[in-house]
Ligand binder design. Structure first.
Ligand code: AHG
Ligand code: MN
Ligand code: MN
Length: 339
């Protein structure tokens, strides 16, 4: 064992990246550091969830009409707090807040970025000790620096993301983030309380054997999706199978696993909900960005997720995301069903 081996922390890595661009201001590094800090605080509470009275409904309903758990609110406040008091973020939008929030102090008004996030994804899984996560996307604001952030700063196409990431609070806690230059994963080392580089330059395998979808909705999906699921179930040795169905019900964990191992994750529209369940701005766009940078694909069944022009902060979209070749086979099924 090489005892001198130096494992990079998240902060060291972002600073190392920054040093390669002499003209860079360090604002993105600082924003990622803020997010890392909030993630560590949320991680502590997630780990205590079974012990302390933080479990259960907070007694309110979020803007999507869903029950809000106490940890959702805690996580929301932690992420919002670090961004508001940092030096890089002009405003935020969150799953838990109806409208965007533009920070009104001078430092924030002069900041370069806005951040959109789902503070706790998969929160229905908290009380049964199953992995949950946080998702975030970062954009350069379109409004001038010095002024207060406006709605158009938040309604940008996913393609405009400068960085996107997620945190998985799982058997270990990981922060994965991507910029156009690549995707890197950091695992929280509890002995030093730092995210340390564990998965450098993540690439999504071009093919895989895992498909992730809520099978309970099978008869509510369109013909093309049914056809693809049927094809997944019929795979055998002769055509790359057998495939395995895996669905945790926390998108962060499902997509993270498929990103590392190869696979496809689908949340299609249904008869009752043609736009599905997932939110474009702070659930689908960050993952679409990360998976595409890693070599995979993400669509709504018709167009690339990253090219959808948002019109509402909380708009939903069907989502298909994963390994390149699996996505190609899905797209074949979808277009055959249309014709
Ligand atoms: P959230 O907890 O932020 O509301 O999101 C949960 C989402 C997503 O993580 C997951 O993939 C999906 O809901 C599961 O939905 P179904 O139970 O309908 O399959
Ligand atoms: Mn969510
Ligand atoms: Mn959530």
């Amino acid at each position: 064992m090489n005892l001198n081996r130096h494992v990079l922390t998240l902060d060291e890595f972002t600073i190392q990246q920054l040093r390669q661009f002499p003209q860079a201001t360090g604002e993105l590094s600082s924003l990622l550091r803020d997010i890392g800090l909030a993630a560590k605080r949320v991680n502590v509470e997630v780990n205590k969830a079974g012990l302390v009275d933080i479990l259960g409904d907070a007694g309110s309903v979020n803007v999507q009409g869903e029950d809000v758990k106490k940890l959702d609110i805690y996580a929301n406040n932690q992420f919002m707090g670090v961004l508001q008091h940092g030096i890089s973020c002009a405003g935020i939008a969150s799953e838990e807040i109806d409208d965007f929030i533009a920070f009104n102090d001078n430092v924030s008004k002069n900041s370069k970025y806005v951040c959109l996030f789902d503070p706790l994804d998969g929160s229905g899984n908290i009380d049964v000790n199953v992995s949950i996560g946080t998702i975030f996307g970062v954009y350069r604001r379109v409004s001038p620096r010095g002024s207060i952030a406006v709605k158009d700063d938040f309604l940008q196409k996913g393609l405009q993301q400068v960085a996107a990431g997620y945190i998985v609070y799982g058997s270990s806690t990981m922060l994965v983030y991507g910029t156009r230059r690549g995707v890197n994963g950091f695992t929280l080392d509890p002995s030093i309380g730092e995210f340390t580089m564990s998965h450098p330059d993540i690439k999504c395998p071009p093919n895989g054997k895992i498909y992730s979808v809520n099978h309970g909705n099978f008869f509510r999906y369109g013909k093309g999706v049914q056809k693809y699921i049927d094809a997944c179930q019929r795979k055998d040795k002769t055509n790359g199978g057998p495939y395995t169905q895996r669905y945790i019900g926390s998108m962060v964990s499902d997509v993270h696993r498929n990103l590392i191992k190869g696979g496809i994750f689908m949340y299609p529209g249904t008869i009752e909900k043609p736009k599905g369940k997932l939110r474009l701005l702070y659930e689908c766009n960050p993952f679409a960005f990360i998976v595409e940078v890693a070599g995979g694909k993400a669509t709504n069944g018709k167009e690339r997720i990253l090219e959808i022009q948002p019109t509402e902060l909380h708009q939903r979209t069907p989502m298909f995301i994963g390994s390149r070749d699996m996505m190609a086979e899905l797209e074949g099924c979808l277009s055959e069903a249309e014709n």
